[in-house]
Design a protein around this ligand. Structure first.
Ligand SMILES: [Zn+2]
Length: 196
């Protein structure tokens, strides 16, 4: 049985900045605006159960493809109905024809069995990526695409505001510590120089 800490997942969640020790180091406000990553690595050993005996195809149709990772890929920003995240797809290489492509290439994804593409959280095209959660929202509610777009935009603004508020809260937390509220002096002078 897998322990929760060893659970396999293609998702990587950012740390919650409130939990980082903000007394000794002042956190950058960027820390509060981090988004989850979905790491799409169909060639990786993490996908071995799903792959089973299936051989990943070559984008260029080689009869006996041997597809391997060819380095770090590129992230795409996806907007879902619970906020933003990134899909990070590596570059793949076919050892037979030596050609390379990205693992999120729509033309390559089309060649994969559905059980692979089902776990990708967005529909990817060359120019756009649409989170499946947004498409489900469209289907479920029957709202117009512009209504759903507005709703998603509002959510992004709200999440940005909340994260900024958490950032300001962390500064107050440092000031309180400096003022001895928690019965302990801190590296306050250092902090004041940066904040003021
Ligand atoms: Zn090939």
């Amino acid at each position: 049985m897998l322990k929760p800490g060893h659970a396999l997942s293609l998702w990587r969640l950012p740390p919650q900045p409130e939990l980082i020790d903000s007394v000794s180091t002042l956190l950058s406000r960027n820390f509060f605006q981090l988004h989850p990553f979905f790491i799409w690595k169909p060639e990786s050993s993490i996908m071995v159960r799903l792959r089973n005996n299936y051989v990943l195809p070559c984008l260029h149709g080689c009869p006996k493809p041997d597809v391997v990772s060819a380095g770090v890929g590129r992230p795409r920003v996806i907007v879902g109905n619970r906020g933003q995240y990134y899909i990070l797809a590596p570059r793949l290489r076919c050892k037979m024809c030596k050609r390379m492509w990205f693992a999120d290439s729509p033309r390559w994804l089309e060649k994969l069995p559905k059980r692979f593409t089902n776990i990708v959280p967005a529909f990817l095209t060359y120019k756009k990526a649409i989170c499946k959660s947004v498409l489900n929202e469209l289907r479920r509610t029957g709202k117009s695409p512009s209504d759903v777009a507005n709703q998603v935009n509002e959510l992004l603004h709200l999440k940005y505001e909340q994260a900024h508020l958490a950032y300001l809260g962390s500064i107050v937390n440092i000031w309180d510590a400096e003022a001895g509220v928690y019965g302990q002096r801190t590296l306050g002078n250092y902090v004041y120089i940066i904040v003021l």
